[in-house]
Design a binder for this molecule. Structure first.
Ligand SMILES: NC(=O)c1ccc[n+]([C@@H]2O[C@H](COP(=O)([O-])OP(=O)(O)OC[C@H]3O[C@@H](n4cnc5c(N)ncnc54)[C@H](OP(=O)(O)O)[C@@H]3O)[C@@H](O)[C@H]2O)c1
Length: 327
């Protein structure tokens, strides 16, 4: 399937490289706001065209799908532009700023007979699938702690008085939207929708969260998600059941999974080696869903996106974190 890209950051290059590895997605066009960056990316990856006008690009017959990796608050308008022109959209996480945007975009996708996906790499990997299959071996789940704490070099700029997009309410940034969504997707994918959500953020001068603790309450089980862009951690993820504990080296990508038996304390490694360019798995899965019109799998992913955005929206509301997109 032919595809195009929007945005010229490093993540777009990663997706293009993953698409090549997948052998299912072929880059034909790129979009940039500037001719210079568009031409450079197109030349680098042998795309046959580049655009600086997104409406014009969306009308192109050269490609069936587009990958969007612009700042978070820009996703919605760009996605709608492509959906209205009957292009499948693969939109970077966090897909949109609000659940109202998500609802409208899914409706537009349906009306135009195309699919809309949130690009979240960890849930498409073989190791996530292994974890999901083996989860019952832990017995009754009691607690989980899923951290994603990674100091951002852009925080240095923030400390110098600048406001990088990812620390800005104008661009729908913040720790939960940027990093928290990875462990949150794990939680939703493994445990489903929680009964109750509570968020305890550290709010920066820009009005968004630099770090935070998200508590997800289930029946007789509590999952705690820690996310931060303003500090660093070496803490692994853990899921504690009565019969055993899963230890994950990271929430994304899930590189190593260890299972420790509660009684014998014996441990075993369950994970497999994955491609270093782990975006390849989402590329393959999404291309297959589109090609085979796999509505069932599409609806499952759509449902997870809806739950995740509902949770992050609720977490922001509790703490008066308001994006410009909803003002
Ligand atoms: N899946 C992952 O592992 C992963 C990793 C990193 C980021 N992401 C996601 O990818 C997206 C992009 O992140 P990023 O850090 O690359 O963002 P960014 O640097 O702020 O912007 C990405 C690109 O969007 C374009 N852009 C910048 N400002 C814009 C604006 N105001 N309006 C329209 N386009 C604009 C720029 O391309 P041009 O100048 O060429 O137009 C830029 O290269 C985010 O949603 C982020 O959450 C995902």
């Amino acid at each position: 399937m032919n595809f195009a890209t929007v945005g010229t950051g490093w993540i777009t290059e990663s997706f293009i490289q993953a698409a090549r590895l997948s052998e299912q997605l072929h880059l034909v066009s790129v979009f940039s706001r500037t001719e210079e960056k568009g031409k450079k990316l197109a030349d680098q990856y042998n795309a046959s065209s580049y655009y600086t006008d997104i409406e014009e690009m969306a009308k192109s017959k050269e490609f069936e799908a587009v990958y969007i990796a612009s700042p978070n608050s820009v996703h919605f308008e760009q996605a709608l532009t492509f959906l209205r022109n009957k292009k499948h959209v693969i939109c970077e996480k966090p897909i949109f700023s609000t659940t109202a945007e998500l609802e409208e975009a899914y409706k537009t996708a349906e009306e135009n007979g195309v699919y809309l996906f949130e690009a979240i790499r960890n849930i498409h990997t073989p190791n996530f699938k292994i974890l999901k299959e083996k989860l019952h071996e832990a017995g009754k789940l009691r607690s989980a702690i899923l951290p994603y704490i990674q100091y951002s070099s852009r925080y240095d700029l923030f400390l110098q008085g600048e406001e990088p997009n990812i620390f800005s309410a104008k661009y729908s940034g913040g720790a939960l939207a940027d990093l928290g969504v990875y462990p949150l997707y794990l939680a939703v994918g493994l445990f489903g929708e929680p009964n109750k959500v509570t968020y305890h953020p550290v709010i920066l001068r820009s009005g968004v969260d630099g770090s935070g603790t998200l508590v997800l309450e289930y029946d007789e089980f509590v999952c705690t998600i820690l996310c931060s862009k303003i500090s660093h951690s070496a803490l692994p993820c853990e899921i504690h059941g009565e019969k055993g504990t899963f230890v994950l080296e990271d929430a994304a990508p899930i590189t190593e999974i260890q299972f420790i038996d509660s009684h014998t304390k014996e441990s075993q490694i369950l994970s497999v080696e994955q491609e270093e360019q782990n975006m390849v798995y989402e590329g393959i899965n999404i291309a297959e869903i589109i090609e085979s019109k796999n509505d069932e799998e599409y609806k499952r992913l759509k449902h997870w996106s809806e739950i995740v955005l509902r949770i992050t929206e609720e977490a922001r509301k509790q703490n008066n974190i308001i994006f410009d997109a909803e003002k």
